[in-house]
Design a protein around this ligand. Structure first.
Ligand code: DGL
Length: 280
């Protein structure tokens, strides 16, 4: 076993193949603003979603080992493809909590669905791994319910999000194509099983219709981080004088990472002007 005993102000380590995991990091920052975070985007090896699982596991292991060496108290695998490839290994080999993105989304989707039919959209690696189907089965077995899972790989979604294209006829047509089998199957819940996909929730909701509930693995994972740190008594202290650090690093070109990152983390507010005319 590897890993370190850490105190509550140690950082949370978050990693992804690139920038997609920033949707998870952003939600953690919203819910846990006193936590320091080290985020690593493995952009030199991205994308993970079209690579064999064994290779993705090797990449994920190298990054997780680095985060543990830096004293992180908990690691978040903020990537569905890496979660599919690496979670079993991590559970067996690390003695700090490793939170992945699949189980939190499965739990939420299982409690959300009314007709027991759930769609999962993700990268080719995630869908072919069968990790969602297995996790749904295991979870349904534990709580004595049954869920019919319909999976759909959407390989064009990641490149479109990275090019900043989340509106327009082209992405609408692609989304309609991908989601047609899920609509035909009558799913009432769809898991956004890729950390890039929260940026496409507008078009996915438009195509699926308002009666279908979207579950974001990013949102659910951040809640699991909150619960895990609370239960372990490892939340950072809330002293306002303590420095909280958010560090973002990439294995590939940092300039490209930085320019894409703003799309995922949200633009910084650079200036605020006052409107004296509206003062009463
Ligand atoms: N972050 C990956 C995921 O959630 C998508 C990008 C990639 O293929 O590396 O599956």
């Amino acid at each position: 076993m590897t890993g370190t005993d850490t105190h509550s102000n140690a950082p949370i380590g978050v990693f992804d193949s690139g920038v997609g995991g920033l949707t998870v990091a952003r939600t953690i920052v919203d819910q846990l603003p006193h936590e320091s975070i080290i985020y690593i985007g493995d952009t030199a090896n991205a994308p993970y979603g079209d690579k064999p699982l064994a290779q993705v596991q090797e990449y994920a292991k190298a990054v997780a080992d680095e985060l543990i060496a830096r004293g992180c108290k908990l690691i978040v695998v903020a990537c569905n493809s890496a979660s599919a490839a690496f979670s079993d290994y991590a559970r067996e080999n690390y003695d700090i909590p490793v939170i992945e993105v699949i189980l939190p989304a499965v739990r939420r989707a299982t409690s959300t669905t009314r007709n027991g039919k759930v769609g999962v959209i993700g990268t080719t690696a995630t869908v072919e791994s069968g990790a969602y189907a297995r996790t749904f089965d295991a979870h349904a077995g534990q709580i004595g319910s049954e869920v019919e899972v319909h999976q759909q790989a959407c390989p064009l979604f990641v490149p479109f999000v990275e090019r900043g294209i989340t509106t327009g006829r082209q992405i609408l047509g692609i989304t309609e194509n991908y989601l047609e089998p899920l609509k035909d199957a009558g799913v009432d819940t769809v898991v956004l099983g890729c950390t890039h996909y929260p940026l496409l929730s507008g078009v996915v909701q438009l195509v699926m219709g308002d009666d279908v509930t979207l579950v974001s693995s990013a949102e659910e994972t951040a809640k699991t981080v909150y619960r895990t740190l609370s239960e372990r008594g490892q939340l950072a202290d809330t002293d306002p004088d303590r420095e909280v650090t958010l560090s973002f690093e990439s294995t590939g070109d940092p300039a490209r990472f930085a320019s894409l990152a703003t799309r995922f983390l949200g633009p910084a507010i650079t200036s605020v002007s006052q409107i004296p005319e509206l003062l009463r």
